[in-house]
Design a protein around this ligand. Structure first.
Ligand code: GLA
Length: 674
């Protein structure tokens, strides 16, 4: 678990990716002046600078970077220094064509974009270590260095010969014998039996369906292989003597290449890039989702390395985010443990592939509403700076509800030919989180096997494959008094994607006290009503309640009259099973009711219904109630504390769209519409 808290005394980190190498030298003076005006205190530099830093193999030119760090330092602005290894320069790929990635159809991916590297190619790994070592020796003890930003969003998947070789080594370490691999991969089916490690390939284009166990193992392998590449750079940096914390920015929400718990273990601090995927109100839920996930991975405070200041890309266009939303979102991340509000990027590029991406300084310059909002955010962050110091002990955000997160769950649902392809793991996890967000409750994500005893309620959304150890961990949680809520499709298969036969969900049958006979998917336009009024879609199950009691039955459709939701007491806890995918409104109501039943209260009762997101962030000296008003009419909160934003005490008015950060002297708050 990462131990370092990125924290500048009394301040949150504010700024973003700074790429002065894209601009004439004169622009830098203006940049620094504008950064000072906006109270920017952190720049992320060097992210894709390999070609300017090492113009030809082994010949480094860092004079420009010396100037940049010098100018930043002179202005009192700290920096994350990136290793530029996400974008090998053209000379590198020409010298080492074998180090280019190969797609699953055999097509080589050539330079001309970014991220063109084969992660297992020895030449790439050596070059990456070398450039990381060069930077570490040159800047490792620079007083302005806030941390190392290794690479950028690891995630290029190679299917070529280097990947094949490394995959085989990884498989041999995992399985020990080819017989064990054949067993785990169920290769007796379709004559896939392997006689020797060298016969195994990464999943490449093939005639029909891929082997699901092979697909998931290739995912595991890639996460481990990229982690090994990260670790080499990390160790190179540490060997230089640099004491600055080391991170690599993970990507949410679309990246599913990494197993984030093990990645978090290997980093000094955990950072993510987060981009909204909707213009609608669900964007706010998404901020909370990304933040709660990252805080949980980190086990505490974390760094928001990138967000977009002005735009939300949905499909083929970029919609405006708006200044109030940008500020509310920025506080939303911080409320849930972020130590920073950093953006991609500082100044909008005039050329290159991302010239239409949002920025703190837009194309039109500083005399803009965008830059005015950036200045506003800088002032706001300064006003709430005292909240930046995390508590000496205990969590930065307290939660009594946990949701199990397992990257492998996502990979399982991507294997082909499941009962329906209409289920996505992250959609299910996010739906559970959204339901609890809408009810105003604080939530953590939980690693399978972690200590879950502090959670009154633990939700396992759609975890199709799991290990026996995970099933036993869930059993212990219930035995010792926990309230487990398992949703459809969970516990069906083992970690090799083999169904546990004898009735679904085989891994959890005795815990849940049920036996499923058949999965009965529904058509997209179909739905069933349960006899408690809830609605099920996509997935239903012919289920027998054995030792479980039936809480709700299917009230329509082919399974009418059969159990749909069950509960089984066990030890001093309970295990609830929801055998259908509840439609969004139904899931929201169901999980909110369970939270009430299990004694978990909203942070501020009634706030969510008025559109106010209330999050309590614990600090070193006090607790801070963050209020983000996403609704449309003014409200007032009455309680005990002082708003660092407006200065109001005890009776805090909040306009629609506004934010407050209340240093609490009590936790008892009421809210009403004005
Ligand atoms: C990622 C990258 C950035 C940039 C942004 C665009 O997060 O790290 O370099 O490409 O996406 O949204």
């Amino acid at each position: 678990m990462p131990s370092t808290t990125p924290y500048a005394p009394g301040r949150f980190l504010f700024g973003g990716d700074y790429n002065p190498e894209q601009w004439p030298r004169e622009t830098r003076a203006e940049d620094i002046a504008l950064m000072r005006r906006a109270k920017v205190n952190t720049a992320t530099i060097g992210v894709f600078s390999w070609a300017v830093l090492e113009p030809s193999e082994g010949r480094y030119d860092a004079a420009w970077l010396d100037e940049v760090v010098g100018e930043l330092a002179a202005a009192g602005i700290g920096f994350f220094l990136a290793t530029p290894t996400a974008s090998p320069p053209p000379w590198f790929t020409l010298a080492h064509p074998d180090a280019l990635p190969i797609r699953d159809d055999g097509t080589p991916v050539l330079h001309g974009s970014r991220d063109t590297y084969a992660i297992s190619a020895p030449a790439y790994r050596a070059a990456a270590r070398a450039v990381a070592g060069f930077l570490a020796r040159r800047y490792g003890d620079h007083p302005g260095l806030r941390g190392w930003h290794v690479h950028n969003e690891y995630g290029t998947i190679d299917h070529g010969p280097h990947a094949a070789r490394a995959f085989r080594v990884w498989l041999e370490a995992r399985y020990g014998s080819i017989a064990a691999l054949n067993e785990a991969w169920s290769t007796a089916f379709w004559s896939q039996r392997y006689g020797d490690w060298d016969e195994i390939l990464p999943p490449r284009q093939t005639q029909y369906l891929h082997n699901p166990a092979q697909l998931v193992d290739f995912k595991r392998f890639n996460s481990d292989e990229m982690l090994a590449a990260f670790t080499e750079q990390r160790d190179e940096i540490r060997a230089s003597g640099s004491a600055a914390p080391i991170t690599s920015n993970l990507m949410l929400p679309t990246w599913n290449h990494l197993e984030q718990w093990s990645w978090s273990d290997a980093q000094d601090l955990v950072s993510i890039d987060h981009y909204l995927d909707t213009t609608g109100p669900d964007g706010e839920t998404h901020v909370a989702y990304g933040s709660d996930l990252t805080r949980s991975w980190a086990g505490g405070p974390w760094v928001l390395m990138e967000q977009n200041a002005t735009g939300i890309r949905v499909g083929d266009r970029v919609f405006a985010k708006g200044p109030d939303r940008m500020i509310r979102n920025s506080l939303g991340y911080i409320a849930r443990g972020a130590q920073s509000s950093l953006f991609f990027q500082w100044r909008a590029s005039a050329g290159g592939a991302e010239l239409w991406h949002g920025a703190l300084v837009p194309h039109a310059g500083a005399d803009t509403e965008v830059f005015a909002s950036v200045v506003r955010l800088g002032e706001l962050l300064e006003r709430i700076g005292e909240a930046a110091q995390p508590p000496a002990t205990g969590p930065v955000v307290e939660a009594e509800i946990g949701i199990v997160w397992d990257a492998e769950g996502w990979w399982s649902w991507e294997t082909p030919h499941l009962p329906t392809d209409a289920v996505g793991y992250s959609e299910e996890v996010r739906a559970a989180h959204r339901a609890l967000w809408l009810s105003g409750r604080a939530v953590d994500f939980v690693r399978p096997g972690a200590d879950a005893t502090g959670y009154s309620m633990l939700v396992v959304p759609a975890l199709y494959a799991m290990t026996r150890a995970t099933a036993e961990w869930l059993e212990r949680y219930v035995q010792t008094g926990g309230n487990l809520v398992v949703t459809f499709g969970s516990g069906i298969a083992d970690e090799s994607q083999r169904v546990i036969v004898g009735g679904y969900p085989g891994m959890l049958r005795s815990l849940l006290g049920v036996r499923g006979e058949q999965i009965v998917p529904l058509a997209d336009d179909d739905a069933v009503t349960l006899d408690n009024g809830l609605e099920g879609v996509v997935w239903t199950e012919l289920l027998h309640a054995e030792s479980a009691e039936t809480l709700a039955r299917y009230g329509s459709g082919a399974l009418s009259g059969r159990p749909a939701i069950t509960r089984c007491p066990s030890g001093s806890g309970t295990a609830t099973y929801v055998s259908t995918k509840l439609a969004p409104g139904s899931l929201n109501a169901f999980l909110a009711d369970l939270a009430t039943e299990f004694g978990v209260a909203p942070v501020v009762d009634g706030a969510a219904a008025l559109g106010v997101e209330a999050v309590r962030r614990r600090g070193a000296e006090a607790d801070y109630l963050f209020l983000m008003h996403h609704g449309d009419s003014p409200v007032r909160l009455d309680g005990s504390g002082t708003d660092l934003v407006s200065g109001a005490s005890d009776s805090i008015p909040l306009e629609a769209g506004a934010v407050a950060v209340v240093r609490e002297t009590g936790r008892d708050w009421s809210i009403r519409r004005l």
